[in-house]
Design a protein around this ligand. Structure first.
Ligand SMILES: CC(C)(COP(=O)(O)OP(=O)(O)OC[C@H]1O[C@@H](n2cnc3c(N)ncnc32)[C@H](O)[C@@H]1OP(=O)(O)O)[C@@H](O)C(=O)NCCC(=O)NCCS
Length: 264
């Protein structure tokens, strides 16, 4: 039987954390062979504690070859119809046997309601570029979260006859969560310096005006985002939330959300 036919995915438990961290480290450290400047991976990629934390917030599966763990895959969400591939890694001893491809087929079966999948990957990684494009992902924008590298933001529409519909600005109201919005940056204020009460850090914040064909709303930009986003840019907020500050309704990206600069 082909290796890919012996693959299954099941939800992780805390006891898996050590082995997951060990495989994850070896998998990402091979990125130096395919475009990364140095060995390394996402924050905490080699830490069992981080794997446990990820299990608490996201859907974390282990990849099994028969009964043997050969990797992990982590799924995030902006609602049932929009899922995010947060991470996939396969033990380098088993690369290029179709395991990653098979895992994605299994993931799509589990999340059958999802109409849109998105993910980010470093621009210079020739392996993930090939892997995701082969799976039908297309480059739609830039993920600038990490100051050290530019991330390609990819999406895959599962069924072109049933596209995922982004939210409309006119429908946004205080308290909404899991909001996906696309629009144009119409204006941007100067940055103000604020002190975070929770961590005693100094932060910069600016307000942008974000517009679509139904209305406009304040989009809150923090720190690096203020320089990254320019008037005239088309942007997408994925998994954002809406609140109100001094009586003004505003859209926030938040730590669980993503700000994407769309290709023009
Ligand atoms: C990305 C990853 C999960 C793929 O797993 P996998 O089990 O090897 O996946 P598959 O065998 O299904 O497909 C791999 C494809 O990449 C291609 N590939 C491998 N090395 C490559 C390279 N240097 N340049 C271009 N393509 C490459 C393979 O040829 C194969 O494509 P093909 O089927 O058209 O031949 C695995 O490489 C990995 O764990 N990488 C490290 C972690 C990582 O970068 N994760 C993704 C970011 S979250």
């Amino acid at each position: 039987m082909a290796i890919s036919e012996r693959i299954s995915i099941i939800r992780t438990v805390e006891e898996d954390a050590e082995r997951l961290a060990e495989i994850c480290k070896r998998a990402f450290d091979t990125d130096v062979d395919v475009g990364a400047p140095e060995p390394g991976g996402p924050p905490g990629y080699d830490s069992p504690e981080t794997q446990v934390r990820l299990m608490q917030f996201l859907d974390y599966y282990k990849i099994l070859l028969d009964d043997f763990m050969v990797g992990g895959v982590i799924i995030g969400s902006s609602g049932d119809e929009h899922r995010v591939l947060e991470r996939i890694f396969v033990d380098p001893d088993y690369h290029n046997h179709g395991i990653g491809t098979r895992v994605m087929e299994l993931v799509w079966e589990v999340y059958s309601k999802a109409k849109l999948w998105t993910l980010g990957t470093p621009e210079g990684n020739v392996r993930t570029k090939h892997f995701y494009e082969k799976l039908g992902f297309v480059h739609v924008g830039w993920d600038l979260d990490d100051p050290n590298w530019r991330g390609l933001w990819y999406e895959k529409a599962m069924d072109s006859s049933e596209p995922y519909i982004m939210g409309k600005i006119e429908e946004l109201s205080d308290g909404m969560k899991h909001v996906d919005i696309e629009g144009e940056i119409l204006e941007k204020s100067d940055a103000r310096v604020v002190r975070s009460r929770r961590r005693w850090q100094t932060l910069s914040v600016a307000n942008a005006g974000l517009g679509d064909n139904t209305g406009r709303i304040v989009l809150v930009l923090w720190n690096e985002q203020i320089k990254q986003v320019k008037v005239g840019d088309r942007v997408r907020v994925e998994n954002g939330y809406v609140n109100s500050y001094r009586g003004v309704t505003q859209l926030n990206v938040g730590r669980a959300g993503k700000l994407v600069i769309l290709l023009q």
